[in-house]
Design a protein around this ligand. Sequence first.
Ligand code: F6P
Length: 565
Amino acid sequence: MRRAQSGSLSLRLLSFLRLPVKSLQTAPAWQALQNHADQLTPKHLRELFKTEPKRFERFCHVLGDLVVDFSKNRITSETVTLLFDLAAASDLEGWRAKMFAGERINITEHRAALHTALRNRSNKPVMFDGQDVMPAVNAVLDQMKTFVGAVRAGEWLGASGERITDVVNIGIGGSDLGPSMACEALTPYGGEVNVHFVSNIDGSQIAEILDRLDPVSTLFIVASKTFTTQETLTNAQTARQWVVDRFSDDAIQKHFVAVSSNADAVTAFGINPKNMFQIWDWVGGRFSLWSAIGLPIALSIGMERFEEMLDGAHAMDEHFRNEPLESNIPVIMAMIGIWNINFLDAACHAVLPYDQYLHQLPAYLQQLEMESNGKAVSRDGDVLTAKTSPVVFGEPGTTGQHAFYQLLHQGSRIVSADFIAPVVSHNPLGDHHAILLANFLAQTEALMNGRTDAEAQTRLEATGLSGDSLEALLPHTVFAGNRPTTSILVKRIDPRTLGMLIALYEHKVFIQGIIWGINSFDQWGVELGKQLANTILPALKDDASTDDHDASTQGLIDHIKRLRK
Ligand code: F6P
């Protein structure tokens, strides 16, 4: 068996552990793609568009109000065929069946990944451990409906008989990012209650929010699957004290509900178990906004609209499950991602929503992609020689254009990008939306075409430049182009299209995990830091002297103690 010693980055990073190695690159399907990449790489996207007049028709796919144009990626029909061969060699269809069937595909935690059951609008049985999970899913949806109805109608009253005007969701990671992103994205549908989010352990966040609120009309959702997360429990205790200071312990029943799988800890906190909304082990944190973790969304937009979001996700699930690979949008998206990362060496992936309401989408997708696939060890515990998740980042257009797009256009690295835009704005003000869409289209055209030196020269000459000054400026005004982008259009950002869009990305992440042979559903990488923070905390709190740490950490601890005096 080969041991990790040298070579790829993962090998170098993990070489001191001397773990066994898994080389995906030796598989015939992988090698065929590598050979194809060697032949195709010299070809520019401009050339591909010129030689294939039907390129847009060939690579643009439509599902309801969703249009996904892959044609500005550096692919040909042969690329896609070879990528499907790789998918087949990885038994993608077998793994897909296992996921939908509730098999324990999260092997390190011995859990299923059944987020699709949460939005199974067909209501057909979904079996897990010999039991249909749908009755439990539907019971929680009913519980949410009753609660959401009562709060929005002003029937759920606080301890002094006031109606609830503000809801604060206390959670972190998957118990925060999804609902927060969706509430923002669906702002035009919200209004009945104001929803706020506290996630950070930094007391400044909760302090600022509580400062603006009144305990008499504020309800807290403590959202934590485990109900052991330090940040969430610390914030929840602070909120609890804020309510108790105004009323008494008895008020907790009226001002706190919980979303969790840990009924004992919820009860110990003082929340009435009747006010707990159940989630299950088979719902992964970053895949959980479809469960009661989505309660803030339902409170903001109403239960009917929340269910429209589930409908949209279910439509995408059905498409992923039944559509042949050739026209299966999540499969194509995932496999083109594999092409960009593993064969064109794209280390970063930008998510660029041309919609202000989607401004939290990049942060949400950071967790979804990087916590799922930011791993260098395979399902079987072997060090992977292939690259896995890219660094995901992004900002809404056009704001990002004036910040980091310079690197996208002229930087020395290939960054792949998804451009996302609604065709219809919720705020049709003057020319705003037309200008926004013009920029959306212009950016992908520019990234694809670039600007040759001849074109750059013509432009400079037109401004009156010539001779040495023209020669000096010319290299700076050339754009290599050939940068891969995918354009995603939706009619408008509404609950249904948002549901489709998020499910599309979830499936993309799952598929890429299968190709790399990794478990996308665990997150051991967040453990070590948490554990060390717990060992450092006593030293910071008590001013006790410690010398248990490396020189840098110890030195910083000493400076903290000195500076806070
Ligand atoms: O960051 C690690 C993590 O376990 C995430 O996967 C999860 O979404 C988050 O912490 C919050 O966990 P919990 O809902 O159990 O508080």
